[in-house]
Design a protein around this ligand. Structure first.
Ligand SMILES: Nc1ncnc2c1ncn2[C@@H]1O[C@H](COP(=O)(O)OP(=O)(O)OP(=O)(O)O)[C@@H](O)[C@H]1O
Ligand SMILES: [Mg+2]
Length: 469
């Protein structure tokens, strides 16, 4: 059960839907604002044009009258131009402000014109729930006396249309946002469907069904890499799991033989009364077996700890030639017994864990010594293949390792058929330990074997030593 966390990341679907809706609303809002101002611009242009036409017609009308007096008596004939536009009202007055003619709505406030400017910059005025664009200009009678001309154009209708537009545009924006959110939700759900399928498939993978794989070819391109990586992870997990399983069954198998021996020897000894010498020899045999068992358990423990990266490296400068010399000395009895000759060449030092390095080298030397025919020459060569690495080659003649067995030689408990036939002692953990130690240091170990000619193990270590991976 997963408890709801307050700091849980926001749902991907919610984020995408909100983003989708926000982008749609933003785009619609910008478009709508543009339309709104465009409509306003249009009617303002047209209003200005109407005022200009009206203003020019008024000027001509005034100019066609000799003076204000005659305009007042003749009443000024309103030209067709002026009469055509029903929305346009106006007044003509003398320079002193005496109104000679007015078609302005009844009661239209005179103060509306106080701020009125020329036709290029008409002023908005609201009166009696109607909107006007107003302007004041001057004209001249034929006698050049001044006439005050006031124009008021009723723009209520285009303003109302603009208002209706703006309400519709707000509605469109809100509806567009909602539609985008719904479509976004559908799209995101559909888009995330492959992820959900992957999650379901991953949920069905258990320890007993590690062989299950996702199908990258069924997932969209963006997810196929993830599916491949996930499969790669499963591959590695399955491999580790199989090794672990093999290891446990190998342990059980390897422990069975010494314990059977111990059991058999003890039971035979107990089957009847025996001399104290007999008991002693049985106990001695048992003690040997116990020692082998304890050795094996220590090795297994070491490998298990190294696997869990528990083996902390105690790095120090290690002189390889000196360490090899110590190991050769340690194996002196076996070397003498086999009339072997061991040759140590080269110099080199690495930054490594001394005890672990000794253990790895000892395992390799022990193998070389044990697998060499009597009188053979075992060679140890220290070299530097490049500036960053140091290598130790351990070479011995002898039966060697057949090519088909080479890939398994570093597996835990693996012993060559030849070694088993020759009843050579050993548990098959030595090389697994060598490889683990090499890798803990960031290096590796490799083998080349030419059966009946020579077998060469090469341990390569970084000169500076690496922290355990
Ligand atoms: N230099 C070598 N020449 C021929 N065979 C070798 C050589 N080194 C190792 N082998 C063979 O490889 C197998 C694995 O070696 P490994 O060191 O892992 O186990 P072991 O020597 O049998 O046991 P342990 O080292 O645990 O006592 C063994 O069967 C061993 O005989
Ligand atoms: Mg060995």
């Amino acid at each position: 059960m997963t408890a709801a966390r307050s700091d849980a990341p926001i749902s991907l679907t919610a984020t995408l839907v909100v983003l989708f809706a926000a982008v749609s609303v933003a785009v619609l809002a910008v478009t709508n604002a543009f339309v709104f101002f465009f409509v306003e611009q249009q009617w303002r242009n047209s209003a200005q044009q109407d005022l200009e036409v009206g203003g020019n017609a008024l000027r001509m009308l005034v100019a066609s009258n000799p003076d204000a007096g005659s305009f007042a008596t003749r009443g000024g004939t309103i030209t067709t131009e002026l009469g055509k536009n029903r929305r346009l009202t106006f007044s003509v007055s003398t320079g002193a402000g005496v109104v000679l003619l007015s078609t302005l709505p009844k009661g239209f406030p005179a103060e509306a014109f106080y701020q009125a400017a020329d036709i290029e910059h008409p002023v908005d005025w609201q009166w009696d729930q109607r909107h006007f664009s107003i302007a004041e200009i001057t004209g001249h009678f034929a006698d050049t006396s001044v006439a005050g001309l006031r124009l008021a154009l009723d723009v209520t209708e285009p303003r109302d249309i603009q208002g209706a537009y703006s309400r519709a545009l707000v509605l469109i924006t809100v509806a567009g946002g909602l539609i985008a959110a719904v479509l976004g939700l559908v799209a995101v759900r559909q888009g995330l469907e492959p992820l959900r399928r992957m999650a379901t498939a991953a949920g069905q993978i258990t320890a007993s069904r590690l062989g299950e794989r996702l199908r990258p070819e069924d997932t969209p391109a963006e997810l196929s890499e993830m599916a491949s990586n996930f499969n790669g992870m499963l591959e590695r997990l399955e491999d580790s799991f199989r090794r672990l399983n093999d290891f446990s069954s190998d342990i059980a198998h390897e422990l069975r033989t010494p314990i059977n021996n111990l059991q058999g020897q003890t039971q035979v000894a107990l089957s009847r009364a025996r001399s104290s010498d007999d008991y002693r020899s049985v106990l001695e045999l048992n003690a040997e077996e116990f020692e082998r068992l304890s050795h094996m358990i220590q090795d297994m423990l070491f490998l298990a700890q190294a696997d869990n990266a528990q083996a902390a490296l105690n790095l120090e400068e290690v002189n390889l030639a000196a360490e090899c010399a110590k190991i050769i000395e340690y194996f002196e009895p076996v070397i003498e017994e086999g009339r072997l000759c061991v040759e140590l060449r080269g110099q080199g030092s690495v930054h490594a864990d001394r005890l672990l390095l000794q253990r790895a080298l000892a395992n390799l030397v022990s193998n070389a010594v044990r697998n060499s025919p009597p009188g053979a020459l075992v060679q140890i060569e220290i070299a530097a293949p490049n500036a960053q690495q140091v290598s130790v080659d351990i070479v011995n003649p002898g039966p060697g390792i057949p090519a088909e067995e080479l890939p398994r030689i570093f597996d835990r408990f693996y012993r060559t058929r030849g070694a088993r036939d020759r009843k050579l002692e050993g548990t098959g953990l030595g090389l697994a330990i060598v490889r683990t130690i090499a890798r803990l240091h960031g290096g590796d170990v490799a083998v080349q074997s030419n059966p009946e000619v020579e077998t060469r193990f090469r341990l390569v270590l970084p000169r500076e030593g690496a922290t355990a991976a």
